[in-house]
Design a protein around this ligand. Structure first.
Ligand SMILES: Cc1cc2nc3c(=O)[nH]c(=O)nc-3n(C[C@H](O)[C@H](O)[C@H](O)COP(=O)(O)OP(=O)(O)OC[C@H]3O[C@@H](n4cnc5c(N)ncnc54)[C@H](O)[C@@H]3O)c2cc1C
Length: 304
């Protein structure tokens, strides 16, 4: 029986682990990967203390910090159910079943899919959801970025340094991302923007050869060798069946990171906090660990 199980090792989960370790909690971290979305973020210019650092570098620093403590970590493991019975919480994964007095869910978000013909067939055959991971594979090639928010702009900015031409396909009339990124994309001279345009198919034979878009009710095809899907994120909260969520499937928490179930806490992008950023997720992870520690102190330790 652990004191605390943390699900997820992105900025929220890692920071929670560091705080819990410093409180000497008997701790287990279960995660599909280490670093989370931070490890695939491009240039990070808003993490205090670093005027500039890349996402992968920052994620590595988080990981090194966590590994500096003697923390049990189950990597490449996925939580599939979390249940509270009596005083204990059971976490079922794709490999085993674990028990703890408390749990922090810090499972973040994942990329939303397009759901158009060709998407599944050409996934990893020219179609990708991660510019930071895959942009270098498209050196000198023509590529399309689908989306209009910060993730799409971030992908576009990475690709203008690598690809020969970048098309940005945006369903809305204007980009919705940060003004600084919008300006950089506009000034690059490398990006052709298709606004009010909906992607209707990914085309190809063995690999991607193009996309079909519907622009102002007219179908047209663009020849590209790469497609970067950047249309938003959905919370990894399906396994937390009994836990209350909002209409976006984000876990509802209070200011102490408590969910509707005592002993189960949540932190970071998977929750209904309004802003999704690395520094915020890290701070939320710290808060959640301190709340879990307080819960343990109240419920497990005899009063003196
Ligand atoms: C392209 C991109 C660029 C970004 N740029 C910036 C930026 O410049 N500045 C900034 O502040 N923020 C940026 N962000 C946002 C930032 O990365 C996130 O807000 C932050 O990583 C959220 O941290 P988190 O720990 O809550 O979740 P995540 O980082 O999503 O981590 C979740 C963790 O949970 C694991 N997990 C998921 N499901 C399960 C499961 N069922 N079982 C076990 N483990 C699971 C995942 O593998 C992962 O390790 C960017 C995001 C993206 C995608």
């Amino acid at each position: 029986m652990h004191d605390l199980i943390i699900i997820g090792a992105g900025p929220a989960g890692i920071t929670a682990a560091v705080y819990a370790a410093r409180k000497n909690m008997n701790l287990l971290v279960i995660s599909k990967d280490v670093g989370g979305q931070a490890a695939i973020s491009g240039d990070v210019e808003n993490y205090t203390g670093y005027q500039f650092i890349t996402g992968p570098e920052l994620a590595l620093k988080f990981e090194e910090h966590m590994r500096g403590f003697d923390i049990a970590l189950k990597e490449n493991e996925e939580a599939v159910a979390v249940e509270k019975t009596g005083d204990k919480v059971t976490v079922k994964t794709n490999k085993a079943v674990y028990e703890a007095k408390s749990v922090i869910i810090a499972s973040g978000k994942r990329s939303r899919e397009l759901n158009v013909p060709g998407e599944k067939e050409f996934r990893n055959r020219g179609l990708t959801y991660c510019a930071t991971c895959d942009a270098p594979l498209f050196k000198g090639k023509e590529v399309a970025v689908i989306g209009g928010g910060n993730s799409a702009l971030d992908a576009g900015l990475q690709l203008i340094k690598i690809a020969s031409r970048v098309y940005m396909i945006n369903i809305g009339p204007d980009f919705t991302g940060d003004a600084v990124m919008r300006k950089k994309v506009g000034e690059s001279g490398m990006v052709t923007v298709f606004s009010d345009s909906k992607i209707t198919a990914i085309l190809g034979d063995k690999m991607v050869t193009g996309i079909r878009i519907n622009r102002q009710s007219k179908e047209q095809e663009l020849a590209v060798q790469g497609v970067f899907v950047e249309i938003g994120l959905i919370p990894n909260s399906e396994f937390a069946e009994d836990i209350e969520k909002n209409r976006y499937k984000e876990i509802k928490i209070n200011s102490s990171n408590e969910t509707n179930i005592p002993g189960i806490f949540a932190a970071g992008d998977v929750t209904d906090i309004p802003e999704k950023q690395i520094i915020i997720a890290a701070g939320e992870g710290a808060k959640a660990a301190l709340s879990a520690f307080g819960y343990m102190a109240r419920t497990s330790w005899p009063a003196k």
